[in-house]
Unconditional design. Sequence first.
Length: 138
Amino acid sequence: MRPPAWLSNLLELLCEHIEPIRGEARAGYNFKYADPCWQIDLFLGKNELVGGSLDGLTDYVSYTANIAGILGLFSQIQRCEWLALPENLADRHNKQTSGLAIEGVWEERLIRVILRMTPPTEIGVGLKLFPDGSYAVA
């Protein structure tokens, strides 16, 4: 399914409230519609080090999220809950990871945003980081 046009605007607004604790990161998302709600899983992709003694090492990106800012994007909030999925259980539940789920109304649409701790396993590296501090989209 192609993403609806409004989705890009919402993703941009959400990403204004998320930032890596250090370094650079690339945001990723998955979405689906399950009547009556759009679900958007938002995460930061893994980074890969290129060159130097740690060449090829990949790691998840630690990040902060301004939850009050994200909640402020919605005209109504219906739920806000933490999803605690231990790693061994996550694989049994569609490879979902722990995260914060916010459900509410945005531009007259029922939206469920889940800020995931890590990207889904099938999502590869988001950025390649070089020793000089530069980076490239993977």
